[in-house]
Design a protein around this ligand. Structure first.
Ligand SMILES: C[S@@+](CC[C@H](N)C(=O)[O-])C[C@H]1O[C@@H](n2cnc3c(N)ncnc32)[C@H](O)[C@@H]1O
Length: 311
């Protein structure tokens, strides 16, 4: 005689408990939501929940100050699952279960309207609230998840490594290159925990990367420092696989002449025409140009993003 099955049947021998389990199958509800669905007082629902939890038919978890209950069908074991299939069939077809189903819809709709009420009162403040709660860039950081997880990324002119640090959790491997010893010292510190980032000292004119290694090459705020952009772009193309993508972030043309002295800029920004010409000279295809929307909090010139594909 299999006592486990008898124990399981004992729990399932009550129509209310079976109704409650049917409601909790595939979803989580609080005790008070469950009370509203099966229209029974809290003491009765709690008593049945305890019996079902003791028989492993129900599990619960804390969510803040509330507790959510469910029928953990994936964890109950084969015999219990088969038993449940047999028992639930006639109960699901009953009018009591149909009423439960209608009330369940209302309970779930109430949850939705609570969240809708929140958004209708806080629509104007949501952006600030998101920034307070999660920082100004969390949603943009998440977009790195669109990278192919095996992608090999070259961060060309990586500076202190903050972009490589952002991307490291989402890429297969990152090769971070910079000419400056001081920048690389800071990068080594910042990237100490990123095991898939290789830091290499070298120039963009002669990259320390073999032919066709990269899926993606990034040049973030570097191009305006480079005397011979077509040469550097041709060199970047050499390190990309066929079809690999290049992304350039840089400044639009501006008149801040002082940047030449204060920050060593060679180019006072780059126009779309100039950028396209340089990319075409380096045999890139599928060239796209976008101007980034200005950020009112910043002081620098407007930025563009150019993307292209190695032919
Ligand atoms: C303005 S920083 C940008 C750093 C980083 N990409 C970022 O967006 O935070 C420019 C970086 O390019 C590097 N750089 C400039 N010319 C270079 C060259 N010819 N070869 C390699 N690195 C170069 C500098 O050392 C510096 O770290």
């Amino acid at each position: 005689m299999n006592h486990a099955v008898i124990d399981q049947l004992t729990v399932l021998s009550d129509a209310i408990r079976v109704r409650m389990l049917a409601v909790l199958e595939g979803r989580e509800l609080t005790v008070s939501e469950l009370c509203d669905v099966v229209q029974l007082p809290q003491s009765t629902v709690s008593r049945h929940l305890k019996t079902m939890a003791d028989g492993d038919w129900v599990t619960s978890r804390k969510d803040g100050t509330r507790r959510l209950y469910t029928l953990p069908l994936d964890d109950v074991g084969d015999s219990a699952r088969k038993l449940w299939q047999v028992v639930r069939e006639p109960v699901i077809a009953s009018s009591a279960a149909s009423d439960d189903g209608r009330r369940l819809k209302q309970v779930l709709a109430r949850r939705r309207s609570q969240s809708e009420a929140f958004f209708s009162t806080s629509a104007g403040q949501w952006d600030r609230l998101r920034e307070d709660l999660f920082g100004a860039t969390s949603h943009l950081r998440a977009l790195a998840g669109l990278l192919d997880p095996d992608a090999v990324v070259g961060d060309l002119g990586c500076g202190t490594g903050n972009i490589a640090e952002w991307l490291a959790p989402f890429a297969g491997r990152i090769i971070a290159v910079d000419a400056s010893k001081e920048m690389l010292k800071a990068a080594r510190k910042n990237l100490a925990g990123c095991r898939n980032v290789q830091i290499r000292q070298g120039t963009l004119e002669k990259l320390p990367i073999d032919n066709g290694q990269l899926d993606v090459a990034l040049m973030m705020l570097v191009l305006h420092h480079l005397p011979d952009p077509p040469r550097v772009l041709t060199e970047a193309a050499r390190t990309l696989k066929a079809g690999g993508r290049l992304l350039i972030l840089d400044m639009l043309p501006h008149e801040r002449e002082e940047y030449r002295q204060t920050m060593g800029h060679v180019w006072l920004g780059v126009s779309e025409k100039q950028m396209t010409h340089w990319l075409q000279a380096a045999r890139f295809k599928d060239i796209h140009w976008r101007i980034l929307p200005p950020d009112a909090k910043t002081k620098g010139p407007s930025l563009f993003v150019a993307t292209a594909r190695r032919g």
